[in-house]
Write a protein of this length. Structure first.
Ligand code: PAF
Length: 282
C-alpha cells in the first residue's frame, strides 16, 4: 500500500490505476480504525479493483467545544489494518493540503433539511463540514463508488443527497454497523470510555432494540416510547442528547403510516457522546 500526503501524488497514483482500466472504490475515514472501518475497506475491495482510503481529521466538521484536539491519531496501526484489509492507496493530507486558502475562505457545501435536527441540531455546522470535505475528497479521488458506515445514518443520508443533487458520478454504498459482542456499535470514541462506562454503554443499543420490538409489536404511541427510552438511558448512566423515531428515507418525523422506520439516538456517557440507530420495517 502506497501512502501519499498531497493531492498531486494522489491524482498521479489514481491516474496509473485508471490507465490500467481499474475500477476505483473509496473509503474516507478520520483514522483510529477499528473492525467497522476494516469491513468498509473489505466491502470496497469486493466491489472494485483498486481501493483508496483517506485519513483526515477534518476540523471543518468539529464544533469549537468538540474533541478535535484529543481525537485519536494512530497512523501506524491504521496503515497495518488497511494493508491487511486490502487497501491499495492511502491519502493522509495535512489541514493545509485540504484547505490551502484557510477554512474561512473555503467554499462550503450544505445539504438542506437532512442536515437539520438530530446530530445537525446538536452539532451546528457539522454536516456542512462533512459535505464539504466529502465533496473535495470525491473530486480529488474521483471514485466509481464510495463506502460509508450505516452507524452514521444521518451522514449517509446527507452524502446520498449531495451526490444526487450535485450530479456526482459516484455510487454510494452503505455498510451495516459493526458491533461488539455485547451490541455496542464500534466507534473510535469508545476508546474514551473507562471500564465502568464501557460496561454500561451497550444499554444504548438494547434500548433501541426494545423500542423497535415494541413498534413491530403494534405500539403506536411514539411519544411514550421516547420517554421510556430516555428513562432507560438515564438509568444506565447516560445523559440523552436526542432520541427520535423517523421514517428512514427522508428522515422526516415518523407518522402512523410509515413502514420503513429508523430510531436514532445520541447520548453522553461522561463526556463521551455516543450515537447509534436501528432501521427496520414495521
Ligand atoms: O465518518 C467519518 O469518519 C467522517 O465524517 C468522514 C465521512 C470521513 C468525513 O470527514
Amino acid at each position: 500500500m502506497n501512502t501519499v500526503k498531497t493531492v498531486r501524488e494522489l491524482r498521479a497514483a489514481i491516474a496509473r490505476a485508471r490507465a490500467e482500466g481499474k475500477r476505483i472504490a473509496f473509503v474516507p475515514t478520520m483514522g483510529n480504525l477499528h473492525a467497522g472501518h476494516v469491513a468498509l475497506v473489505e466491502k470496497a475491495g469486493q466491489r472494485a479493483d483498486f481501493v483508496v482510503a483517506s485519513i483526515f481529521v477534518n476540523p471543518l466538521q468539529f464544533g469549537p467545544s468538540e474533541d478535535l484536539a484529543r481525537y485519536p491519531r494512530t497512523l501506524i496501526a491504521d496503515q497495518e489494518k488497511l494493508v491487511a484489509a486490502g487497501c491499495h492507496l492511502l491519502f493522509t493530507p495535512e489541514v493545509e493540503e485540504m484547505y490551502p486558502q484557510g477554512m474561512g475562505l473555503q467554499t462550503r457545501v450544505s445539504v438542506p433539511s437532512l442536515s437539520e435536527g438530530l446530530c445537525g441540531g446538536s452539532r451546528p455546522g457539522h454536516f456542512e463540514g462533512v459535505a464539504t470535505v466529502v465533496t473535495k475528497l470525491f473530486n480529488m479521488v474521483q471514485p466509481d463508488l464510495a463506502v460509508f458506515g450505516e452507524k452514521d445514518f444521518q451522514q449517509l443520508a446527507v452524502i446520498r443527497a449531495l451526490v444526487r443533487d450535485l450530479n456526482m458520478p459516484v455510487q454510494i454504498v452503505g455498510e451495516p454497523t459493526a458491533r461488539a459482542d455485547d451490541g455496542l456499535a464500534l466507534s473510535s470514541r469508545n476508546g474514551y470510555l473507562n471500564d465502568e462506562q464501557r460496561a454500561s454503554a451497550p444499554a444504548l443499543y438494547r434500548m433501541l432494540g426494545r423500542l423497535a420490538d415494541a413498534i413491530r409489536g403494534g405500539e403506536t404511541d411514539f411519544a411514550e416510547l421516547i420517554d421510556s427510552g430516555n428513562a432507560e438511558l438515564i438509568a444506565a448512566g447516560f445523559r440523552p442528547d436526542y432520541l427520535e423515531i423517523r421514517e428512514s428515507n427522508e428522515l422526516q418525523p415518523a407518522s402512523a403510516n410509515d413502514q420503513q422506520l429508523v430510531i436514532l439516538a445520541a447520548a453522553y456517557m461522561g463526556t463521551t457522546r455516543l450515537i447509534d440507530n436501528l432501521a427496520f420495517d414495521r
